[in-house]
Write a protein that binds this ligand. Structure first.
Ligand SMILES: Cc1ncc(COP(=O)(O)O)c(C=O)c1O
Length: 368
């Protein structure tokens, strides 16, 4: 590292691990000389966005020389009627990743502790570390959040707890009764973050959104994204639902015009196309069932999911399985970095994509 950077950069930077995204399709095309590639690695919507969202985006382009509405008035008003939470309590970001980062900028200082599960979505660690806060991890128990152990990990320095519900990479949820007991014991002055990026896919009646605790006046924020069921990952748009006080503090730490006008227009239209959402949920549900049946036929263990991805135990090193699937033009997520050395995470695709995955997986694992 260059001397200037060593001396002058913030020390917190040096302990960060760079995020490794799912391999982009174009990169695999270039590297392997393949043409027919499917990406089942980043939990995107295989149907793409709503046609209404695409049309709204196209229309917004004619005004692209103008700055966007800094307060995203129409989108916040639409989200307020969609969620039942006041517009002044909604924080928008360039993906829910940015909402999380704004939260870190507004609330985390060096020495604060942030508790989250292990393994879970990696951005909680990134946000805590970039702010110089201390990460406290609590292992999952049978692939699920261990809420009693999280309560035990609370100290006087705990500033924030993050619950990813459903959890990435396991797809598991915490039930309503577990959450109620947990929230009764969490001190009021700890900010609880519920990341509900995949909540629209949940089928279990046991699921409960963190919004209920917001309505009870607790210090919570619920993160949502347009990257998953709404199919707008490339546009980068997400939001947080919180109290007016927390939203006001976060606004102070947000630069103006962080929400581009195309994203505002597309998100607004996407919310109005609930038919597309229902269709996306339905192909996910049938894809999930097909994959479960095939994994069982192949004698493979998997974790039942409430999201649009499945954690699968391949029974052999996932590094190798990942590479071999890649050679066949199928990109999945290698879960070795999560500590699951024989697991891959597979996004539920279209029925053709799921069938192709099963064919190739059968060959790679020799269990056709
Ligand atoms: C649990 C979870 N939260 C948030 C995100 C990121 O969402 P966004 O694209 O809105 O930044 C992801 C992306 O994979 C995720 O898995």
């Amino acid at each position: 590292m260059d001397d200037f950077v060593n001396k002058r950069a913030r020390q917190a930077i040096f302990s960060l691990k760079p995020y490794v995204p799912g391999k982009p399709i174009d990169e695999v095309k270039r590297e392997l000389g393949l043409n027919d590639i499917i990406k089942l690695a980043s939990n995107e919507n295989p149907l793409g966005p709503s046609p209404m969202a695409m049309q709204a985006m196209e229309q917004s382009i004619k005004d692209i020389h103008l700055y966007p509405d800094a307060n995203s008035y129409y989108l916040k008003a639409r989200l307020a009627s969609f969620t039942g939470i006041d517009a002044q309590s909604i924080v928008l970001g360039n993906g829910s990743d940015e909402v999380l980062m704004i939260l870190g900028l507004s609330f985390l200082s060096p020495g604060d502790e942030v508790i989250y599960a292990d393994p879970t979505f990696v951005e909680y660690e990134f946000t805590a570390m970039v702010m110089g806060a201390n990460c406290v991890t609590v292992s999952l128990k049978e692939y699920k959040h261990d809420l009693p152990a999280i309560l035990q990990a609370i100290t006087n320095n705990t500033k924030m707890i993050v619950i990813c519900n459903p959890n990435n990479p396991t797809g598991t949820i915490v039930s309503e009764s577990e959450l109620d007991i947990f929230m009764q014991s969490v001190p009021e002055d700890i900010l609880v973050v519920f990341d509900e990026a995949y909540s629209e896919y949940v089928e279990s009646p046991d699921f409960c959104s963190g919004t209920r605790y917001l309505q009870q006046g607790r210090n919570v924020i619920i993160l949502h994204t347009f990257s998953k069921i709404f199919g707008l990952a490339g546009l980068r748009i997400g939001y947080g639902l919180t109290s007016p006080g927390i939203a006001g503090a976060m606004k102070m730490a947000t630069y103006p015009f962080n929400m581009n006008s195309a994203a505002q227009a597309a998100a607004l239209a996407a919310l109005d196309d609930q038919e597309h959402v229902a269709r996306s949920r339905s192909i996910n549900s049938s894809g999930k069932k097909y994959l479960y049946t095939e994994f069982e036929r192949m004698g493979l263990n998997y974790i039942r999911t409430e999201a649009n991805f499945i954690l699968l135990d391949c029974g052999k090193p996932s590094d190798k399985v990942f590479q071999e699937l890649l050679q066949q033009g199928i990109i999945v997520r290698n879960c070795a970095s999560y500590g699951y050395k024989t697991y891959i995470r597979i996004t539920v695709g279209t029925s053709e994509e799921n069938q192709r995955l099963i064919r190739e997986l059968g060959k790679v694992l020799e269990v056709e």
